[in-house]
Write a new protein. Sequence first.
Length: 367
Amino acid sequence: MMNLLTQIARLLVSVTFIFSGFVKLVDPLGSAYKFEEYFGADVLNLEFLSPYALQFSVLLILAEIMLGVMLLVGYLPKLTVWSLFAISLLFLFLTWYSAYYNKVTDCGCFGDAITLTPWETFYKNVILIVLVVFLVVRVHDIQPLRSEVLAQRISLLSLLVFVGIIMYVLRYLPIIDFRAYAIGKNIPKGMAIPDGAEKPVYEDTWIYNVDGEDRVYSTEEKPWNIEGATFVDRETRTITEGYVPPIHDFTMERDGEDLTEMLMEEDRLLLVVAYNLSLASESGLLKIKALSERAQEKGYRVYFFSASTQEDFDKVKAEYGFDFELLFCDETTLKTIVRSNPGIVTLDRGTITGKWSWREIESIELN
C-alpha cells in the first residue's frame, strides 16, 4: 500500500514539475522578467541581481524540468528528492512572502499558461511540499525505469533537448505563445468587458480630525457630518478586483493622444516594437529601414512602438534613417507583446497576423 502511494506521489510531483518547467521553457524571457520583478526594490530589494535575471531564469527552468524528468525515470533518486525538497521550500517561502505582503500578483509558476493568485499558488506549494517530504521518507521505493542506464540516458537526452529549445527561443520567439497577444488574437476583443461581468468593489476609509485627534471612520459613519470635524485624508482599498480583461493595459499614444481605436481599424499595420531603445539590438535596428520600405510599398502603415522617450527615438530615427513615427506604450505591455527587442508585429483590424524576432526580418513575407 505504501509503495502504491509513493508511486502516485512520484507521478504527481514529477508531472507538476515537468509541466511547470515546460511552460516556462518555451518562454524563458517571461520568467526572466518575473525574476526582475522579484528582485525589485519593492519586493526582495535585490536589485543588484536584476542584470542576471535571465541566467537565474534559465537555471531555474532547467532545474525544475530536469528534476521532474529524473524523478519520473528514477535517476539518482536521493539527489533528486532532496533537490526537490530544497527548491519546493524556496518556492513555498517566496509564494508566502508574495501572498502575505501582496508584493507580486502572479508568481509565474506556470508561466503565462495558467494564472494563479498568490494565495492559490501558496496552497499549491503547501500540497506539493507535503508530497515531496513523503517522497524523501519513502525514497527507497523509487526505482529506476527498467534500468539505471536507461534512466541516465533519458535524463541526459532530455537535458540536451531542453537546452536546445531554450537556445532556439532566446534567439527567435517562444515556440508556444500562451499570452493574450498570440498570433490570431484580436486586441479590441481582448480589451472588451462583457455585459454582466463582475464589477470591482472598493472600500473607503476616512480620516478626520476631531477634537485635535485624527480618527478613522467608515463611509457609513459619515464623518463629514460630525460637528467641528476636519478632513485629513481618504484611503481606498480594493475588496474584489472584479473582471479584468486579458488585455487591460494596451494603449497607442502619440503626443499624449490615444490613437488605439483609430489604428485598430487599419487592415495593414506594422509595428516595430522595442520596449527600451537603449537595450535594443543595433543589428536589429539596422534591418528595420529596409523592412519598413517594403511594408510601405505594400500599403502598410508603419510605426515604432516603444516606452522610450520621443527624444531617444528622434536620435535613433536620425541615425538609422527611419521615416515613420513613434507610438508610446507601457514597457511591461511591450515586453508581453513580443519577446524581442526589437520585434515585428503585423495587425489586420486589431487581429495579430504575424510576429517575428529581428533575426527573422529578411524572411518576413508581407501580404
